[in-house]
Design a binder for this molecule. Structure first.
Ligand code: ATP
Length: 139
């Protein structure tokens, strides 16, 4: 079965939405394989977001992501990579559909795209790469 690396970002953590995100993951039928609460290091974030280096939102994104704890979750289940991205909804919470995490819980304001509550791997390769970053002992 497939695995995906999910992050509840610092905005989700601060707003007390970690349990709500994990509840939706479990309600969908996915299994929690590993769970950790940690404040990301710069190195973890530059590796995780390497594909975005040089983009205008890159530095502010790293700053935001290191602003407090995140919850990293390794989840497992048939089709969970696309499945979790479907649960998460569109990147911009303003555009995300009701019923999705970002659509239901995301805030409609200036930094909504940056502070969009969750991250989920976008491919099996990303999932493997990201697992090594957030759960080095499992990577
Ligand atoms: P994620 O990979 O976190 O699930 P995603 O695949 O929906 O999100 P990406 O395009 O990979 O989105 O961007 C990664 C993250 O960078 C987004 O989740 C968001 O936090 C931030 N981001 C993306 N585009 C912007 C933007 N235009 N302005 C500010 N932040 C952005």
């Amino acid at each position: 079965t497939e695995r995906s690396l999910v992050l509840v970002k610092p905005d989700g953590y601060r707003r007390g939405l970690t349990g709500e995100v994990l509840r939706r993951v479990e309600a969908k039928g996915y299994t929690l394989v590993a769970l950790a609460v940690l404040t990301p290091s710069r190195e973890q974030l530059t590796t995780h977001y390497a594909e975005h280096e040089g983009k205008p939102f890159y530095e502010p994104l790293l700053e935001f992501m290191s602003s407090g704890p995140v919850t990293a979750a390794l989840i497992e289940g048939h089709g969970c990579i696309a499945g979790f991205r479907s649960l998460a909804g569109a990147t911009d919470p303003t555009a995300a559909a009701p019923g999705t995490i970002r659509g239901d819980l995301g805030r409609d304001w200036g930094l909504a795209v940056q502070q969009n509550i969750v991250h989920g791997s976008d491919s099996p390769e990303s999932a493997a790469r990201e697992t090594a970053i957030w759960f080095p002992t499992l990577g």
